[in-house]
Design a binder for this molecule. Sequence first.
Ligand SMILES: *Cc1c(COP(=O)(O)O)cnc(C)c1O
Length: 443
Amino acid sequence: MAELPQERRLVTSIPGPKSQALLVRKTAAVAAGVGVTLPVFIARAGGGVVEDVDGNRLIDFGSGIAVTSVGNSAEAVVRRASAQLADFTHTCFMVTPYEGYVEVAEQLNELTPGDHEKRSALFNSGAEAVENAVKIARAYTKRTAVVVFDHGYHGRTNLTMALTAKNMPYKEGFGPFAPEIYRVPLAYPFRWLTGAENCAEEAAAQAIDQITKQVGAHNVAAIVIEPIAGEGGFIEPAKGFLPKIAEFARQNGIVFVADEIQTGFCRTGQWFACEDEGIVPDLITTAKGIAGGLPLAAVTGRAEIMDAAHSGGLGGTYGGNPVACAAALGAIETMREQDLPGKARRIGEIMLGRLRAIQEKFDVVGEVRGRGAMIAVELVEPGTKNPNPAATAALAKACHAEGLVVLTAGTYGNVLRFLPPLVIGENLLTEGLDIIESAFSRL
Ligand SMILES: *Cc1c(COP(=O)(O)O)cnc(C)c1O
């Protein structure tokens, strides 16, 4: 197939007539609960561009929610997954195994933080990985409680809905939820009432106090935390908070689980966001960026913890599908060969520079934050810290109309978030930022 030109091109309004016709069919055929951010139907995609059925080319600042970090249909992903498709598509690893699964586990064991002995298990989705991390931690500790944080997001299955903080849209009407889940404060510097400088210390003290007083540390199987809260609004916990929580877990025999499903695989400028403060998690969950767009997820961690679940206790029909494993090996090859951690850092420099200049000019910008290619703008009512979801929605809409795919996030729905593919060209990145700036001007 011909290379997709790496340029924005608008030939109809957004969405165009063919997308609108498909949207009518979608509404008639697809459950209403499955919403869409931007109803342009995609025909092909690659690099930093998605092309719709009307022939419009949009700049991609979303990567399908941090998934296509290596770009859509990346060469090594296509090559390896196609070869695997032709060889065999499925045997079920639990019935008759295959090498690709083992190779992905070896890569995960090598790439994740810490040089201790590790094991991995593969699954289909992020939520499934988080559920399995909890199963493994419970089997290892013989305890039941799980501690999670304000603004946390861990998925949409029953257990992971319980782990997720935000009610609307994830939980509303879908209970009852799994028991033995306890939520404690997250060090959110921008919104910490006594000021960002006190945030790490005070939030850690409050979290630990709540765990100790309300749950009992000896009852806690796992502490599950995102090193940067993704859906919660790209909240980077104040420096010092994560090490304090990890140390508390270590002292109390609690399994420390880093949910790196959104932050992992080069997204933040390092292979894993935990590395930023030298955290070595006991278990780490990965998905999204792992396989260049194919569904794959993993739990990786200390051998003695991972091996605590009895034989046959972990798995699933499709977990570690051979085509998805081949795609993951292609994605990892791309990340190594093209130095995608370095590319993510460069994207971060360019975006933060431009967005901080925008912040100087527009007082709806409360904060610009993030690392690498995981960057966000939190919008407020001017002169206050009151969340401004209306401005956020208007800005996203304005960007969409100009052919730039952006996403929103945040507990208060007031965060514009940017997750470009790490292979995006600098010209497209700059053009996307120009569109964002002009959207602010017209707000
Ligand atoms: C997306 C996400 C999940 C859930 O992954 P799915 O593949 O959608 O089930 C869990 N944790 C984090 C941090 C995520 O960003």
